[in-house]
Structures are given as C-alpha cells and as structure tokens.
Write a protein that binds this ligand. Structure first.
Ligand code: NAD
Ligand code: UDX
Length: 480
C-alpha cells in the first residue's frame, strides 16, 4: 500500500487529502499538523473549516484510509510520498518584509523530513512558494541525508475556497513539475499515477520544476488582475452612467476573454491573491525587473483603492459623517460559502468606518465574534503567523457588535453594507429591514447582489458598485 503523509491540515491539506483518500482506496493518507487543536478538530464532528461537501467526504474515509494525527515524525518516517502544505505567509519583518514569502514553516518542515527519514521519499510542494524554492529545499534535504534519495516535485494547488470539493473532484488541470532526470521523471510518474485515479490524463500537465512553481503565482496574479481591471472600470462607470454589469457581460462575451471572474466587488480578499502578488513583486525586484514589479503593484493598488472608495462612498452619502451612527455589516468572510476571513475586504471597510467613529453591527453566517474582534485588532499580515503574534483574547472593540441575525444587525441602523455575497442576503425581507431602520435608510451593496429597483421602490437609497448612481449619492462630492 502506498503511504502518503501531508504536513499541514489547513484549507488545502485537509480537503486535498480527503479527496485523494476518497478516490484512491489503495492509498493510506495521513494528515499531520503541529497544531494539535487543529488535528483534534479534524477528528471531531466539528471540522475546523467550513467547505460545502467536505463533511461527507471526511466522514466516509476517516478511520479507513484517511487519518489525522499529531504524530508528525512517525508518519513522515513511514510515508512514500510527503505533501508539504504548510502556510507560506508574507514576511512581517526583516529582509523583504511586507512582500517576500516567509518560508520559515516550509524550511522547518524540510529539516524535519531530512532528520526523520530512513528511506527514499518523494517530497511534493503543495504550498504556494516563490519560484526556485525547490532548489533551496533540495539543498536542505540532501545536506542532511545518509544516502537517502529525495525527489522534489512542485504540484501547486488551484482549488478555491467555497468550491474546494468540486474543484478537487473536477480540476481544470493538475500541474506536476519535476527534475528532468530519470529519477525526477520517475517521481513525476508516481504522482501522476495517484491523480490518474480520477483525473483524465490530458488534464495532468507535466512541466519542469520552475514552470510549475511560477505558474501558480502567475495564475493567481492574472485572476486578481481581472478583478482589479473590472473594479477600475466600475469607478469609471459610476462617473459616467455606464453599468459595470453590462460592460463586464459585453467584454466577457469575447471568447478570447471569457465571462468568469469579471464580477465587480468591494475588492478581492482571501489568503492567496494579495500574498502571492506581493511575492511575485518581490521576486521581480530581486531580479532587477522594476517595471514588471510596478505593473503587478498596480493590481494591489486598485484593490486597496476599491476598498477605500467604498468607505468614502458610504461616509459621503451619509452627509459626510457616520460618527455615532449604527451601520449594519452583512457578511464578513472574504467570499460566500466559507468562514475564512483572511484578508477579507470587510476588515479594511470596517476599520475605515470605525475610523469615522461609526458603531458597527456585524452578521455573517459562518464567522464568530471572537474571529471578527481578532481580525479588527490584528496588524496586517499577522493573521497567517503563529498564535503568539495574534491577540489571544483581543479586548473587544466597543464600537463593534456581532450578532447572529441579519434583522438584528440592521435594526435601528442608518445604513447597511453588504460585504459578502451570501445567498441568504438575496432573499432577506428588505421591507421589514427598511421598516426597522432609521430614515433615510441606505444600502451599500459591495457585491452587487440586491435588486436595486425593488429596494428603491421600498424607499432605500441604494449604492451598487459600478452602477448608475441614485440622485442622492450622485449629487454628493466624488467618492474617491
Ligand atoms: P493554513 O494556514 O490553513 O494551513 C497550514 C497548516 O500548516 C496550519 O494548520 C499549520 O499549523 C500547519 N503547519 C505549519 N508548519 C507546519 C509543520 N512544520 N508541520 C506540520 N504542519 C505545519 O493554510 P492553507 O490555506 O491551507 O494554505 C497552505 C498553502 O497552500 C499556502 O502556501 C497557500 O498559499 C497555498 N494555497 C492556499 C489556497 C487556499 O485557498 N487557501 C489555495 C491554493 C494554495
Ligand atoms: C484563489 C484562486 O481562485 C485559486 O485558484 C487559488 O488556488 C487560491 O486563490 P480563493 O482565494 O479561495 O482562490 O477564492 P476566489 O474565488 O479566487 O476569490 C478571491 C477573491 O476575489 C474573493 O474575495 C472574491 O469575492 C473576489 N472575486 C472573485 C471578485 O471580487 N470578483 C470575481 O469576479 C471573482
């Protein structure tokens, strides 16, 4: 029986290994983590992450050929293939702070693999890493061995949160990069054989190591660039009376462009896009490619602009002040169908509103009060670092309350900000919400999910990203 061990039981390691176990009954998969709390959660009824369909897959394989364990060294020792899916956050201090990837966790994982191993192993980079990382990892592994052969493969993960199970079951492609030596190619074939249990052969792409590593950063940069492009257009739409949804539809109909990932929003969030583009920028700078670095910086700048533009629109529409006013925030996660709040635009929007002394009442179906208070207290980039860097029990920000119901959040509010596109926000009883709000009642839709005409008929003043403006909003000073 082939044995797989995965280091890192997070958003990638957990779901990916669950699908490998589901599709490969002849393989034993053990997911290990340095966080025993996380492992305990994977072994309980309350999994540590929310992902549609994940519960069923884990429950059907756990205890059969899928195991979660804190005994990291034992399972590394026994494994034939080791996936490394640890976090690779943005560095917060030292050389490259605020841009470069922090490979501390990766390096310590590699050192541990070198120390513990007694037999040949394939080590798979699953985490997103800077191009050329495999070379450094190879050095760590080979300098510590006792005649053991390690083959490093790059097998970046393309799943998106909220659709992880579907993405894993039916991937557009699986990318495997390896050394162009006979041993390297043998390792590529061994990993291909795992995926071939359910992925059609023509979707499994073999490349050299550096292409695989760079393709992951490149894919995320291009995806984020599409959102920043459409968000930049949304500002111009508001200034001219064009409708960004119509523009995006017309643009996306061009088969060279395609319709996906052109939804204007309050800004992209999540643990990957910003981190990976910053990493790309740093790599460009290290290679002396200042112009290329500046090109990608533009994608991040537009994203930051979109978030502050939204806050400015809220404040300027509400008579230039939200001081002491109750603002309801519907949705805090970075997208629907996840409880993940890493780099969610809601953090910057809430901080912006708090800066103008608003009282905020937040409702998200999957995010806890503790998490929200922690996110609003934390410094940028600290979320992806060990708990000792994070406020353990943040002193609650008094201007923020977290409630478990959209009607409670909006009661007596002056304005509502929709920051995550949860389906349930589309079908709320907006008449009831309007009845219980202060007047005039404002809605700022950061995800373009509400029926603007219907809400205007009820009596709301509505702002949607990139849509023709309500005369109320229009006549106010430019929100930029
Ligand atoms: P995560 O923080 O959810 O999980 C990482 C886990 O690794 C944590 O539980 C941590 O305790 C554990 N860990 C750290 N050092 C360890 C060690 N030495 N041994 C064992 N466990 C260790 O992160 P994630 O979202 O799963 O992302 C992991 C990697 O995958 C990152 O490089 C990320 O960029 C990449 N990625 C993420 C996504 C996504 O949607 N989240 C998608 C594709 C790729
Ligand atoms: C992303 C990549 O899509 C995935 O391939 C990679 O493996 C990890 O990073 P993820 O961050 O989980 O996945 O979610 P994604 O669906 O890409 O959304 C990222 C952000 O962009 C979210 O905040 C989302 O709301 C926003 N977004 C997405 C838009 O604002 N408009 C869009 O059209 C699409």
């Amino acid at each position: 029986m082939v044995k797989i061990c995965c280091l890192g039981a997070g958003y990638v390691g957990g779901p990916t290994m669950a699908i490998i176990a589901l599709k490969c009954p002849a393989i034993e998969v053990v997911v290990v983590d340095i966080s025993s709390a996380r492992i305990a959660a994977w072994n309980s009824d309350q999994l540590p992450i929310y992902e549609p369909g994940l519960d069923e897959v884990v429950k059907s394989c756990r205890g059969k050929n899928l195991f979660f364990s804190s005994d990291v060294e034992k399972h590394v020792l026994e494994a034939d293939i080791i996936f490394v899916s640890v976090n690779t956050p943005t560095k917060t201090r030292g050389l490259g702070a605020g841009k470069a990837a922090d490979l501390t966790y990766w390096e310590s994982a590699a050192r541990m693999i070198a120390d513990v191993s007694r037999s040949d192993k394939i080590v798979v980079e699953k985490s997103t890493v800077p191009v050329k990382t495999a070379e450094a990892i190879e050095k760590i592994l080979t300098h510590n061995t006792k005649g053991i052969n390690f083959q490093i493969l790059s097998n970046p993960e393309f799943l998106a949160e909220g659709t992880a199970i579907q993405d894993l079951l039916n991937p557009d492609r699986v990318l495997i990069g390896g050394r162009e030596t006979p041993e390297g190619q043998k390792a590529v074939e061994a990993l291909k054989a795992v995926y071939a249990n359910w992925v059609p052969e023509d979707r499994i792409i073999a490349t050299n190591l550096w292409s695989a590593e760079l393709s992951k950063l490149a894919a995320n940069a291009v995806l984020a660039q599409r959102i920043s492009s459409v968000n930049a257009m949304s500002a111009l739409c508001e200034a001219t009376g064009a409708d960004v949804t119509e523009v995006a539809y017309a643009v996306g109909k061009d088969s060279r462009i395609g319709p996906k990932f052109l939804n204007a929003s309050v800004g992209f969030g999540g643990s990957c896009f910003q981190k990976d583009i910053l990493n790309l920028i740093y790599i460009c700078e290290c290679n002396g490619l200042v112009e290329v670095a500046n090109y990608w910086k533009g994608v991040i700048k537009i994203n930051d602009y979109q978030k502050s533009r939204f806050v400015n629109r809220v404040v300027s529409s509400m008579f230039n002040t939200v001081s002491g006013k109750k603002i309801a925030v519907l949705g805090f996660a970075f997208k629907k169908d996840t409880g993940d709040t890493r780099e969610t635009p809601a953090i910057d929007v809430c901080k912006g509103l708090l800066g103008d002394k608003a009282n905020i009442s937040i409702y998200d179906p999957q995010v806890t009060e503790d998490q929200i208070q922690r996110d609003l207290s934390m410094n940028k980039f600290d979320w992806d670092h060990p708990p000792h860097l994070q406020p353990m029990s943040p002193s609650a920000i008094k201007q923020v309350s977290v409630v478990w119901d959209a009607y409670e959040a909006t009661k007596d509010a002056h304005g509502v900000c929709i920051l995550t596109e949860w389906d349930e926000f589309k079908t709320l009883d907006y008449q009831k919400i309007h009845d219980n709000m202060q007047k005039p009642a404002f809605i700022f839709d950061g995800r373009n999910i509400v029926d603007v005409e219907k809400l205007r008929k009820i009596g709301f003043i509505v702002y949607s990203i990139g849509k023709p403006l309500d005369s109320w909003v229009k006549d106010l000073p430019a929100a930029a």
